[in-house]
Design a protein around this ligand. Structure first.
Ligand code: ADP
Ligand code: ZN
Ligand code: MG
Length: 511
């Protein structure tokens, strides 16, 4: 098969995502009072409603509706004041009622968008000739480094309920084919799910990956789910088709399943784009089908072919009255939407002058952001960029640091009292203890490095005149560092610390 870059030079990939999110932070199910829990023994959180007993009546979960309205507000959707629950019928034991309660043509949230920022190498996946946004109207503006921002339209976010978990025993890889028996756990049945559907505005696997990542950050910040792709509390299906460069209209799509990591999402789409190109270039046509991503074999295989559209006998659920949202309800939800990652990132850059990359990382996760902001209060404003650097590059690997400990290390580093490598050591030493980094630095005599600036000047001078060795280093010969340390020692009249020279040299050489 051809490489993605070559295929995308000729074909336009059109991608739309359908993303299911379990509202894991709620206590009870969508239409009954059963507890939501991953850990309880099978079939212990069930009742006549979620087991579909005749005559049992559903009652919508107000908190679940608050969550979906918050999700809609955070993704720039219009909140629909009146919508209805529908029944989507199918026969399969994972839904005891024989229908799933979902929403009809009008969902709680519709017509939104997220501004997707694409930078780094991934920006190169989108060929320059495709520089228009999804609706074909607005041009995309690229920065000098090729990065761009593209609005991705969101069709809708609707509310639905989860199905029971099925475990197939005796077959291979837990699949139903060849299985001896199938076990059912109804604990998950009826748990609230929200499904977000994008317009087919994404054009590269990288954009799809970033969209998922960005949505995950937003939902995490809202606190409506634990947003785990690995555990499946956020699940994504990828729809993809190709069309000739410049062509209007949409090609036949395939739908990809089992994309349970950001990596799988990217790689499965990349594979599928190349596969479809091969089919089309051989003069065949793409079949509309659902395909399963096999991460170990890095390919997609057919799951089922869609020849006719399924007839779900879709109709408004007579047990659930049309749902009216009041202005007060919507405004209360709006007030509960916290500062979102993009706004947070911009604030960090404006208030503390953080670099964009670090601001993005810190703003992405609400726990990290709140740790960072709490620690920033403990240091002077001028130290905050160093603190950000410490948080992004050093703290990540630590388990249990306190804010004062991290603040102290940032201060020491900002004062050049220790080197970056020593900051790492100190953090590792105090991790999980209540030790004071200042005291450790003094005890171990690490402060000898107060001279980092003076030593740094020597290092710069040595590197400037040893061009040969620098070239050798970059050519892969790491041993030349020993020679360079010797040069530094000589230049300092023997007074410098060789270990420190070594660290500074490597740091400069790797910059
Ligand atoms: P289906 O009826 O198969 O469920 P929908 O029209 O509901 O398809 O769309 C499902 C998802 O697929 C949406 O995210 C949409 O943007 C995307 N999509 C629809 N048509 C195409 C296409 N031809 N190519 C790529 N994506 C598409
Ligand atoms: Zn129940
Ligand atoms: Mg659909």
């Amino acid at each position: 098969m051809k490489a993605l870059a070559e295929v995308l030079g000729k074909w336009e990939a059109v991608i739309g995502l359908e993303i299911h999110t379990e509202l894991t932070t709620l206590e009870t199910k969508m239409f009954c009072g059963c507890r939501i829990s991953r850990d309880d023994p099978p079939n212990t959180n069930v009742c006549p409603v979620c087991l579909g007993m005749p005559g049992a009546l559903p009652v919508p979960n107000r908190k679940a509706i608050e969550s979906i309205v918050m999700a809609g507000i955070a993704t720039n959707c219009e909140i629909m004041r009146r919508s209805m629950f529908y029944r989507k019928h199918y026969f399969y034991p994972d839904m005891a009622k024989n229908f799933q309660t979902t929403q009809g043509p009008v969902a709680f949230a519709m017509h939104g968008h997220l501004d997707l920022e694409v930078d780094g190498q991934g920006a190169g996946e989108r060929p320059v000739w495709e520089d228009v946004a999804g609706d074909g109207q607005k041009p995309i503006v690229r920065a000098d480094d090729g990065s761009y921002v593209v609005p991705i339209r969101i069709q809708r976010i609707h509310m639905e309920e989860d199905a029971a978990k099925m475990v197939h025993v005796g077959g291979s890889e837990g699949r139903i084919g060849g299985a001896r028996e199938s076990l059912l756990d109804y604990n998950r049945c009826g748990a609230p799910l929200i499904e977000l559907v994008t317009e087919p505005d994404l054009r590269t696997p990288e954009e799809a990956r970033l969209f998922m990542e960005q949505l995950r950050k937003v939902f995490c910040t809202l606190g409506i789910s634990d947003c785990s792709l690995e555990r499946g509390s956020m699940r994504c299906d990828g729809n993809v088709s190709l069309r000739r460069r410049g062509a209007a209209g949409l090609g036949t799509k395939t739908e990809l399943k089992n994309l349970n990591s950001l990596r799988s999402l990217h790689d499965a789409l990349a594979y599928e784009i190349c596969r479809q190109a091969e089919v089309l270039e051989a003069g065949d046509s793409v079949r509309q089908e659902t395909r399963h991503w096999e991460p170990s074999r890095r390919r997609t295989v057919v799951m089922r072919v869609k020849e006719v559209s399924d007839d779900y006998r879709f109709f408004p659920d007579p047990d659930l009255a049309p749902f009216d949202l009041s202005d007060e309800f919507v405004e209360r939800c709006r007030a509960r939407v916290p500062e979102l990652p993009d706004a947070k990132r911009d604030r960090y850059m404006a208030v503390w002058g953080l670099r964009r990359r670090e601001a993005v990382r810190l703003a992405a996760d609400p726990d990290i952001a709140s740790f960072f902001e709490g620690t920033a209060k403990l240091v002077e404003a001028a130290v905050v960029p160093t603190l950000a650097n410490v948080m992004v590059n050093l703290v990540a690997g630590c388990k249990d640091l306190t804010r004062p400990q991290v603040a102290a290390v940032a201060r020491l580093l900002a004062d050049d009292a220790i080197t970056f490598a020593q900051a790492r050591e100190v953090l590792e030493m105090v991790d999980g203890t209540d030790a004071d980094p200042e005291a450790i630095v003094d005890e171990r005599g690490l402060r000898q490095a107060t001279d980092v600036r003076a030593l740094g000047a020597i290092v710069d001078e040595v590197l400037a005149r040893c061009e040969d060795q620098v070239r050798q280093y970059h050519g892969g010969n790491r041993k030349v560092v020993g020679f360079l340390v010797g040069q530094c020692m000589r230049a300092s009249g023997g007074s410098g610390n060789p270990k420190l020279f070594n660290q500074l040299l490597v740091q400069r050489l790797e910059e």
